[in-house]
Ligand binder design. Structure first.
Ligand SMILES: [Zn+2]
Length: 316
């Protein structure tokens, strides 16, 4: 590449929306270190300072184990996204019991929402408890419900009933981790998931041509695509240029939303995800702007929020 012809775009300054970010996976190493220092000084942890990568999620689980720490980490995550130019954020997390004050909508900044996640490991009883919580906090921070967790865990057939019930709750958004791994991507499972009528599906990696046609038959469906996560975690074969973003971003019936999934783990902020698609798939600035603006259609924040975003996102 010749330097004289390179146009440098500041993707941090570009106002963006993030719809697929996990709270615990979005916590920066720096923030985890700060929490460790505080807990160590208070004699509240026997954990080591820096975890090895494979132990990362259990480390976070053990370190972020009370309401005050959760609040500290959440605020840090919100600041990080804001500093990266994210003007609307939906964070997702699985509820868990913790000592300290109950979780409330107070953690919510003006323009973000949370999802309650149903984990694939959950029994129908646990899943219905998650839905109850989500209903309780709907409109007070919670905007929707998600299906996530280890894709190798088979779905309990009765969990479908919970999502069908969720679908009948007015104002409750629904997004699902979808065809994340081959083991969770049989046509039967994906047909069932689409049958719950989610507004958005995440990852969308291992899909047959038949399922692709079924996705396109749901015009307006959101596809949350996480390039760095998929490449760095080896979820797709090949590098960025073989990512299925190439296949979907021009499909008129779908709304592709670039997402980070776990920026604390993969180290690629949303601004970098836009830089990546510009570099590997040749999107020009107008196409980048159009991509961000189209994503607004599938947020769960309501019509007023959509109007606010359309007034501040780039217009080119
Ligand atoms: Zn995810």
């Amino acid at each position: 590449m010749t330097g004289s012809q390179t146009i440098v775009v500041d993707y941090k300054a570009l106002p963006k929306i993030e719809l697929h970010a996990h709270l615990s996976g979005s916590i920066s190493r720096q923030c985890l270190h700060e929490i460790w220092v505080m807990k160590k000084a208070a004699g509240e942890t026997s954990l080591q300072d820096r975890p090895f990568f494979p132990l990362f999620s259990s480390y976070i689980y053990n370190l972020i184990n009370d309401a005050a720490t959760l609040r500290y980490a959440t605020l840090s995550v919100l600041r990080d996204f804001a500093a990266d130019g994210v003007v609307y954020l939906e964070l997702r997390t699985a509820p868990r019991a913790m000592p300290g004050a109950g979780l409330t909508g107070r953690l919510r900044p003006d323009h973000s929402g949370h999802h309650r996640r149903i984990d694939r490991r959950h029994t129908p009883t646990q899943a219905s408890q998650v839905l109850l919580l989500a209903k309780h906090f709907l409109g007070r921070g919670v905007v929707g419900i998600d299906l996530g967790g280890n894709p190798a865990v088979p779905l309990h057939p009765a969990v479908g009933l919970i999502f069908e019930e969720a679908r009948r709750v007015p104002g409750m958004g629904m997004m699902l981790h979808f065809a994340e791994a081959e083991c969770s991507a049989s046509d039967a499972e994906l047909d069932m998931l689409l049958g719950w009528r989610p507004e958005r599906i995440g990852h969308v990696i291992h899909v047959s041509d038949r399922v692709k046609r079924n996705i396109v038959r749901r015009p307006g469906i959101g596809l949350e695509l996480c390039l760095s996560c998929n490449v760095h975690a080896g979820m797709i074969h090949g590098g960025f240029e073989s990512h299925h973003f190439a296949e979907w971003w021009k499909v008129e019936e779908t709304v592709v939303v670039l997402s980070t999934d776990d920026v604390g783990v993969f180290g690629s902020p949303l601004s970098n995800e836009y830089a990546l698609v510009a570099r590997h798939f040749g999107l020009n600035h107008a196409e980048i702007c159009a991509l961000v603006r189209k994503g607004v259609d599938v947020i769960f924040g309501g019509e007023e929020e959509k109007r606010r975003l359309r007034s501040i996102l780039c217009m080119q």
